[in-house]
Design a protein around this ligand. Structure first.
Ligand SMILES: [Zn+2]
Length: 236
């Protein structure tokens, strides 16, 4: 007969862990409401203060967020990293936009190379869908946001093709911080059209499994975008 080690952790930590489990297994998805406090109290058979403490902990970690009437909903999974990176960027006054673009280049270029080695058919389909959406948004009313979303969708498809989940979340976080700068680039004549052509080149290299070419095509794309950002910011 063997004994199980006794559970020493605090009650609210165990509650938070179980809720986190529901979220990570996607029984609760971003935007879904958490069960009300009373229901949680009954299910866990604990006092309200433990439930509140668990919810406060998850909220401070950015996993859930407050909604109407004191309820909580599941936040976007990547939010904690997005908000932390934005906070670091704001607090470190020596970190500039250039640093972010350099970080983005490091992540995206290596992602493209890995994607060329690991991609599956579905990843290429997702890249194609993103490129088609970028083209469709060109010249459309309020096309900027739509274009930036489709552009992000392409880069996330490349990250997804690496199979590395942390790379995917890191890329999303960096993109979130530079989003405003990218919106100014959209307004530069021919800049969005160039992005479509450049994405096609990246996609083609990934499709034939040429890691070196995929890395180079991504570098070319991001270097061009960054120089357009400098022009855009320069114009005010
Ligand atoms: Zn792009």
């Amino acid at each position: 007969m063997s004994y199980q080690p006794l559970e020493r952790r605090k009650v609210y930590e165990q509650i938070a862990e179980q809720l986190l489990g529901q979220i990570s297994q996607r029984h609760l998805k971003p935007g879904d409401a958490l069960p009300p406090e009373r229901e949680l109290t009954e299910q866990f058979k604990v006092g309200r203060s433990s439930i509140r403490e668990a919810l406060r902990m998850l909220e401070s970690q950015g996993v859930i967020r407050g909604a109407n009437g004191g309820a909580f909903v599941v936040a976007n999974a990547a939010n904690p990293l997005n908000s932390s990176l934005r906070l670091v960027f704001t607090l470190d006054d020596r970190a500039g936009l250039h640093d972010l673009f350099e970080l983005r280049r490091i992540i995206d270029c290596e992602a493209a190379a890995l994607a060329a080695e690991r991609r599956q058919g579905a990843h290429l389909d997702e890249m194609d869908a993103a490129i088609a959406e970028m083209e469709a948004s060109l010249g459309a009313d309020a096309g900027g946001d739509r274009f930036i979303d489709a552009d992000l969708r392409f880069h996330l498809a490349v990250a997804d093709a690496t199979g590395n989940r942390m790379l995917l979340h890191s890329m999303e976080a960096v993109r979130d911080v530079v989003r405003r700068a990218l919106l100014t680039v959209y307004l530069i004549p021919q800049s969005p059209e160039s992005a479509v052509v450049e994405h096609r080149a990246v996609r083609a290299a990934i499709a034939v499994g040429d890691a070196e070419r995929a890395r180079g095509a991504m570098r070319h794309h991001l270097t061009r975008v960054e120089s357009d950002v400098e022009k855009g910011v320069g114009r005010g």
